[in-house]
Design a binder for this molecule. Structure first.
Ligand SMILES: Cc1cc2nc3c(=O)[nH]c(=O)nc-3n(C[C@H](O)[C@H](O)[C@H](O)COP(=O)(O)O)c2cc1C
Length: 387
């Protein structure tokens, strides 16, 4: 991967303390394996919204996958279909969801939404997700603004400004109408014609799905990026806003980015169908609580009424086991599959999925559990010095 692309994926916010804390939180717990429990036959599946997942993990929504591989989300969809793993389409995907849905055939998929300033766009994306056979809509709450990501700032790099990661927008009829509406910029805002500006213009023009020359002449490549930056998210989002989507979709709604037990309890009260304990892989608030630290209180607040999912820092079977033991129904995997994608496209993602599944299966069996339902808090102790 190019340096700026790798940095975009690997980075955390600020001094990357939460990025590190997500990992070290797993070290505070140790598994206590139990013996003589006949673990010859094992079942690693879990149930979510009426479907069985073969292993207790999903592929987290990750935007701008073209930074890792030209086939981007399409390669991930192929690997997801190969393995029956649920793929969560990112709102910032590099490929429109309709094409991904075709690749997935009947393999499960969800859609992740960033709540736009435009209600019409929110409605349109949700309707497209339904038509694409998504079985849930994940609203990501923790990224109403991008976090302070030092590595990206140092490289002065934001992929969206190069027209990357906006395919769900440029393929959307409401968004394309929004580009045409009114003047987007005054002539004095036009960038100076430097070599770098020209390179960016070519990238933006290529990214727009209208053909290079047509897009160059119409200026829609640059206009799309500008419209995107104006409307991609709504920092004023509140609990009340969510009712808008509840009234417009029959799909289960999942809230991603829940870290406080009171927010989890509120989600249940508001009729939300599941929550994801996530800090966006440490990319938003540096110094934020590690997700494994946040998980037990959220699980207690939810009290079994809706599934609690978990992500940020999961890197192997033991991590999954610990998250499940502390009450998560399933976990989401982020960066590991992006690295698989970067190294070997579809094969790389499939390898990551298969390795994680095998690692989890062995860890579960060797810990003395035949199925996920046998994994509970009694399987863990805190490491010395971490009472
Ligand atoms: C490069 C990158 C892009 C991401 N893009 C999105 C996104 O578009 N939507 C979203 O909800 N989360 C996004 N996330 C967060 C992931 O869904 C997930 O919460 C996080 O990666 C989990 O942490 P992990 O990478 O440590 O496994 C992104 C994460 C990374 C690393």
């Amino acid at each position: 991967m190019r340096t700026e692309a790798f940095n975009y994926v690997a980075a955390g916010a600020g001094n990357e303390r939460t990025l590190a804390a997500n990992r070290s939180a797993f070290d505070r717990w140790r598994i206590v394996p139990r013996m003589l429990r006949d673990v010859e036959r094992r079942d690693t599946s879990v149930e979510l919204f009426g479907r069985r997942l073969p292993s207790p993990f999903l592929l987290a929504p990750v935007g701008v996958l073209e930074l890792a591989h030209p086939e981007a989300d399409c390669a991930v969809a192929r690997a997801a279909r190969d393995t029956g793993t649920t793929m969560v389409f990112s709102n910032q995907a590099s490929k429109p969801m309709e094409g991904l849905a075709r690749i997935l055939e009947d393999s499960p998929r969800w859609f992740q939404l960033y709540w736009s300033r435009s209600d019409a766009l929110v409605e349109s994306l949700a309707a497209r997700a339904e038509r694409c056979g998504c079985s849930a809509i994940v609203i990501t709450l923790d990224t109403t603004m991008l976090g302070w990501r030092s590595r990206d700032l140092e490289g002065a790099y934001l992929p969206f400004l190069h027209g990357k990661g906006i395919a769900q927008y440029t393929s959307d009829p409401v968004f394309t109408n929004l580009i045409s509406e009114g003047a987007i910029e005054s002539p004095e805002q036009q960038p100076r014609p430097t070599l770098a500006a020209l390179r960016t213009l070519i990238e933006l023009t290529r990214a727009y799905p209208d053909g290079f020359l047509r897009t160059l002449l119409s200026g829609r490549g640059r206009a799309a990026v500008q419209r995107f930056t104006e409307i991609y998210s709504r920092p004023s989002l509140t609990w009340d806003t969510l009712a808008f989507l509840r009234e417009r979709t029959r799909l289960p709604i999942v809230l991603k980015g829940i870290l406080h037990p009171d927010d989890a309890a509120r989600a249940v009260a508001e009729g939300i169908d599941a929550v994801i304990v996530s800090n966006h892989g440490g990319r938003q608030v540096d110094g934020a609580i590690a997700t494994l630290e946040a998980l037990p209180a959220v699980v207690a607040a939810v009290d079994g009424r809706i599934p609690v999912l978990f992500d940020s820092g999961v890197r192997g079977g033991a991590d999954m086991f610990k998250a499940l033991a502390l009450g998560a129904r399933a976990v989401l995997i982020g960066r590991p599959y992006v690295y698989g994608l970067a190294i070997a496209g579809r094969t790389g993602v499939r390898e990551v999925i298969e390795n994680l599944a095998a690692d989890f299966d062995l860890t579960m069996g060797l810990a003395g559990c035949r199925s996920v339902s046998e994994i509970g808090p009694e399987a863990l102790v805190t490491a010395p010095g971490n009472s």
